[in-house]
Each structure stands twice: as structure tokens, then as C-alpha cells.
Design a protein around this ligand. Structure first.
Ligand SMILES: [Cu+2]
Length: 331
């Protein structure tokens, strides 16, 4: 196994050497992802052998049977039963082997009978909403999970087709509007695993990332306890200047515990300040980046739906300061 994968990684690595170090399906970090990678490698190995044999035969035929100097029609050949049977049976046999291996992997990566948690992931253009129904948490972009236990993930979409893919932990699963697809993940070690949308879903498809953050159980429990609290009411005083400028935002954004911020078309901001990135992986989480986002979302992520309401100049620098302080305090 090892050496086939080595050949593959070198080949594909050479082809992609322009790309940055993103999560690779060739570096699995869970038992499930390992099985999928093994299958992928075997199929590519067979595919590579077939390619080499066919390419060699074509080159041989071109060389051996190219027009020779003798005048007149070349010798005509018709049918060869033995050859035809061989080149039908051989690929069929290979495909049966691949089918067998695939069914075997499907069986061994089947969803476990029970999972410790069920988490719902909902695709939006162009970010992921994350809901913990039992813990009554609605958040976005960072999915916290405990390590070492299976997690059911229910995947759907509110608009177009997306596809949820954590290359290091699992295979892809489609996100459709009006239908719930189920998959599962398990992280064997703590870590932060990037998720990609893997179904073209519009202009910012490539900027639709999220992270699975696997933590030891105690840390995860602490996160749940903190995040399931509503935002403290003192952050939402009735006549605060924040409240005044924030009214522009509450049609699209919700904050748990607020009586007015109940919008659902943008990410829930209840624990925004505790997240690790802004706008689905486009910017790291820090004050300067948040200000950049609020100044002109379209400059950061052209086409983003927030850009229909918030444009360059919509907010004064003073308002941006106030909003930034407020948003970063939401943990
Ligand atoms: Cu998408």
C-alpha cells in the first residue's frame, strides 16, 4: 500500500505544486478517512497500470504499423475473437474487483449504530450554519466536536446545492435544499480540520469553508456550556449607540437572548468573537480583519449577500469601531 501511495503523492504533488498546503485526502486523520484513502489509492494504482499498458500499446502500434514504403494497399485484418474476448473480459474483471473493494469500504465505513452527538450543517451561499439541536446551539463556521466519539452530521441546504467535505476525516456528502443527508465523522485526535464546499454553488464557492474543531471532552463540554448561554443582556442595552447602528444588521443576523436581533439569512452572531475566522475562512479572526469586513464586505468577498446591504461608506469609522468592539465581545 505504502509505495503505491508514495507514487501517487509524488505524481499528484508534482501536478499541484502550485497550490498551498490545504488539507489533503492523502493525509487522512481518522480511521474512516484512512479507509477511503486506501480505496482511492488502489483504484488509482489500477487506473495507472491500465493507462500505461494502453499508452504503450498505442505507441507500439503507431511505431510498428506506420505506413511502410511498399506501394499499394496495406494488408487488411478482420476480427480476432481471442483478442476481442480478452479486451472485453479484462476491463470487466478489473471493474468487478473495484466494485468489490468499494462495497467492502462502504460496509466498513458505514455509520455506527449510535453516535454521541447529532449536529446539523446547513449550506448557505457562501457559509455554513451549524446547529446542535440537543444543546440548543445555533452557530456558524466553527463546528466543535469532542475527540474519540462518533458524531452524526445531518447535511442540508437553504438555497442551491452544496457539498460538505472534510478531506481529513470523511468523504463528501451532498447538501440539497429540502432534503436531509446523513453522514458521520470521528476525530481520533484533537485538531482543526478544514471543510470545503465541493459542489460549485456560485461566485464565492471557493470561499465557502468551515472548520471542524476537535477537542478533549472536557473542553468541548465547556464550549457547549458557554455557547448555549444567551449573550449577556448588558451587551444589548436599549439606548446604546451600538443598538442604534446594529438595527441595520438585525434583519439578517440573530443573537440569542436578544429580543430584536432575529434575522436568519446571515450567520448567527451569538458567539462570533470566539470563532477562529471571518466570512467562511476568508479572513482570520482579528480586529483589523473584522473592520475590513464591515467597511466593505464586497471588497473582501465579491458577491457576498451582506454586500447588498452594507457597502463601502455605509458605516462610519466610529460605527465600525463600536460594532467591532461589540462583536468581538460576543463569546
Ligand atoms: Cu457551497
Amino acid at each position: 500500500m505504502r509505495w503505491q501511495r508514495g507514487v501517487l503523492v509524488v505524481g499528484i504533488g508534482a501536478a499541484l505544486s502550485g497550490c498551498t498546503a490545504n488539507p489533503s485526502p492523502f493525509a487522512p486523520k481518522s480511521a474512516k478517512a484512512q479507509e477511503i484513502t486506501d480505496l482511492f489509492s488502489i483504484i488509482h494504482f489500477f487506473g495507472g497500470v491500465v493507462f500505461l499498458v494502453v499508452a504503450a500499446l498505442v505507441l507500439f502500434a503507431v511505431y510498428r504499423f506506420s505506413r511502410d514504403k511498399t506501394p499499394g494497399e496495406p494488408q487488411q485484418l478482420y476480427g480476432n475473437t481471442r483478442l476481442e474476448v480478452a479486451w472485453t473480459a479484462l476491463p470487466a474483471l478489473l471493474l468487478v474487483v473495484v466494485l468489490g473493494l468499494t462495497v467492502n469500504t462502504m460496509a466498513s465505513t458505514r455509520q455506527p449504530a449510535e453516535a454521541s452527538y447529532t449536529i446539523r450543517v446547513i449550506g448557505h451561499q457562501w457559509w455554513w450554519e451549524i446547529i446542535y439541536p440537543d444543546q440548543r446551539i445555533v452557530t456558524a463556521s466553527d463546528m466543535h466536536i469532542p475527540v474519540g466519539v462518533p458524531i452524526y452530521v445531518e447535511v442540508e441546504s437553504v438555497d442551491v446545492q452544496h457539498s460538505w467535505w472534510v478531506p481529513e476525516l470523511s468523504g463528501k456528502i451532498d447538501a440539497y435544499p429540502g432534503r436531509v443527508n446523513r453522514t458521520w465523522i470521528q476525530a481520533d485526535e484533537p485538531g482543526r480540520f478544514r471543510v470545503h464546499c465541493s459542489e460549485f454553488c456560485g461566485t464565492q464557492h471557493a470561499n465557502m469553508a468551515m472548520y471542524v474543531i476537535a477537542q478533549p471532552q472536557a473542553e468541548f463540554d465547556a464550549w457547549v456550556a458557554r455557547t448555549s448561554q444567551p449573550a449577556p443582556p448588558e451587551l444589548w442595552p436599549e439606548n446604546d449607540p451600538v443598538a442604534a447602528v446594529f438595527t441595520q444588521c438585525i434583519g439578517c443576523h440573530a443573537i440569542n437572548g436578544s429580543t430584536v436581533a432575529k434575522g436568519v439569512s446571515g450567520p448567527n452572531l451569538t458567539n462570533f468573537g470566539a470563532r477562529t475566522h471571518i466570512a467562511a475562512g476568508v479572513l482570520d479572526m482579528n480586529e483589523e480583519n473584522l473592520k475590513r469586513w464591515l467597511r466593505d464586505p464586497n471588497e473582501v468577498k465579491p458577491g457576498t449577500l451582506m454586500g447588498q446591504a452594507v457597502r463601502r461608506g455605509s458605516l462610519s469609522e466610529e460605527e465600525i469601531d463600536v460594532l467591532t468592539r461589540y462583536l468581538l465581545s460576543l463569546k
